[in-house]
Design a protein around this ligand. Structure first.
Ligand code: NAD
Length: 495
């Protein structure tokens, strides 16, 4: 079991939330921390799922020691043997598919349809990397010396630290852990505090699949208390981080100082461009969904739209109608498409930006005054127009259901507006014109680019990552993962 009722003395309600335990070396290990963080259902703040330990340096030491201890035997296994474990893990998740989806709904406020999609993606990810574990791990290279055998092999790095956000609480941990394990590394996962239960559910499925002890560890806790000490732990040879730009910069600096490999995948200010020849119904529907579903809390959510002047009025009218048709509600309601934001802190921060903005509000949805809504962290879906180019609405990632609309005279102006932020994660263009599409694909500064599709998501086997401040320049998923989780050894054998 991953949770204990509180062990501390004093008066507590019978329903006091369970104190979560780390998953270290295959055991559920309690923390000696003094500080506990409530894990709250964002649709209903009175529903506290658990207490998360802030964590201690001893917890970090134990997790890294377990991963380091398991490394030699895991590394020594053949690729096909590791592959078998990953297939079994996929099956163990598949067996608990619906239960896991419901946990995502409750812990991070993800609408149930999207939660089911995320769990299904986990199964796909594990199967993909189970396949990768049996594909070639090097090249045969002609040698200058006659008769010599020269080749390269990809070898594992050792213990890798994975630091993850709450918004894709099972898919992101797995799209890091699966390739790390497939190529022979062992893992310490440090999930976001707000998605601790989801991370422990992954640990349960790993244990059910029979993964050897210590190969996959979950270290719970606060970023400052355990995240940074994990990056600084001597046995950690690489860190893969996904989260905000501010924390990513700290992680990158600490990893660079130790000369260990790192990747930091961070935020976005993702943009859709709508040209005069676009299918306006398609563009409005996908922009509304990209901006508002899951309350705009995907890293690839559409937070800006740049519209050609000729079609601005009809497009915005259609967009307002499409946003109004997306149900806002506690995600326990299966019809809800938008849901709450993750926390009171996030709700307050978004409302503050909206309260101080100097732009025209062209749509604001209503959050009903009923008790049901008062207990959750809801923000009105909002569309604004005419925000200044240097304003928070144009530049900052708000991570909420807020879309800023801008006007452009032609494609080049639209691309210039689109590129005028520090971010470069994802972008989309709506047009029927091939030449415009090709020019945009060439000029847009984003790691993931679509034509006539929304900005969110990417196939689980295609490279994922951003340009500029959205990423440290590496990519995740697909073949890109092998580059990150292995290092190349060049071998020459002379007769
Ligand atoms: P966050 O940066 O607050 O936290 C991310 C992780 O870092 C958490 O596990 C947190 O505990 C940890 N952390 C916090 N402080 C730390 C420190 N000092 N040292 C080490 N670790 C620390 O981000 P979040 O709120 O959990 O997630 C939202 C952010 O993630 C958004 O900016 C979003 O765009 C981004 N994101 C990016 C991608 C992508 O692939 N580019 C995907 C999903 C989310």
């Amino acid at each position: 079991m991953f949770g204990d009722r509180p062990r501390t003395s004093g008066v507590r309600r019978m329903s006091a939330p369970a104190q979560l335990r780390h998953f270290i070396g295959g055991d559920w290990r309690p923390s000696e921390t003094e500080r506990w963080i409530p894990d709250v259902n964002p649709s209903d703040a009175e529903d506290v799922l658990a207490s998360v330990p802030a964590g201690t340096s001893e917890d970090v030491r134990a997790a890294v020691a377990a991963a380091a201890g398991a490394y030699p035997a895991w590394r020594a296994l053949s690729g096909p043997a590791r592959s078998e474990y990953l297939y079994n893990w996929a099956s163990a998740i598949g067996e608990r598919r619906e239960e896991l989806a419901q946990l995502l709904v409750r812990e991070v406020g993800k609408p149930v349809g999207e939660a089911r999609g995320e769990v299904a993606r986990c199964v796909t990810i594990l199967r993909y990397y189970a396949g990768d574990a049996v594909r070639p791990i090097g090249d045969l290279i002609p040698a200058q010396a006659a008769g010599a055998l020269q080749y390269s092999i990809h070898q594992p790095l050792g213990v890798v630290a994975l630091i993850t956000p709450w918004n894709f609480p099972v898919a992101i941990p797995l799209w890091k852990a699966a390739p790390a394990l497939a190529f022979g590394n062992t893992v310490v996962l440090k999930p976001a505090e707000a998605s601790s239960r989801c991370a422990l559910a992954l640990a349960e499925t790993a244990a059910a699949a029979g993964l050897p002890r210590g190969v996959f560890n979950v270290l719970l806790g606060a970023g400052g208390d355990v995240g940074m000490p994990l990056v600084e732990a001597p046995d950690v040879r690489a860190v893969s981080f996904t989260g905000s730009g501010a924390v990513g910069a700290l992680v990158a600096a600490a990893a660079a100082k130790r000369n260990i490999r790192y990747q930091t995948e961070m935020g976005g200010k993702n943009v859709a461009i709508v040209l005069p020849d676009a299918d306006l119904g398609l563009a409005a529907g996908l922009t509304a969904a990209g901006a508002m579903r899951y309350a705009g809390q995907k890293c690839t959510a559409t937070s800006r739209v740049v519209v050609a002047r000729e079609v601005e009025a009809p497009f915005l009218a259609e967009l307002r109608a499409r946003v109004a048709a997306l149900p806002l509600g506690p995600v326990t309601d299966p019809a809800a498409a938008i849901g709450p934001v993750i926390s009171k802190h996030s709700q307050d921060a978004i409302r503050r930006v909206l309260g101080e903005m100097d732009a025209e509000c062209i749509y604001t949805g209503e959050v009903p005054a009923s008790n049901e809504f008062a207990r959750g962290y809801f923000v009105s879906p909002t569309i604004v127009r005419g925000a200044a180019a240097d304003s928070a609405l144009a530049q900052r990632e708000l991570f909420g259901p807020v879309l800023a609309s801008f006007t452009a005279g032609d494609l080049d102006e639209a691309i210039a507006i689109a590129n005028a932020t520090p971010y470069g994660l994802s972008a989309s263009l709506f047009t029927r014109d091939l030449a415009s599409a090709l020019r945009y694909v060439d000029r847009i500064e984003a790691g993931m680019v679509r034509v006539n599709g929304d900005t969110t998501g990417v196939d689980p086997h295609a490279p994922f990552g951003g340009m500029k401040s959205s990423s440290s320049g590496t990519r995740e998923q697909g073949p890109a993962a092998q580059q990150f989780y292995t290092e190349i050894k060049t071998v020459q054998i002379n007769p």
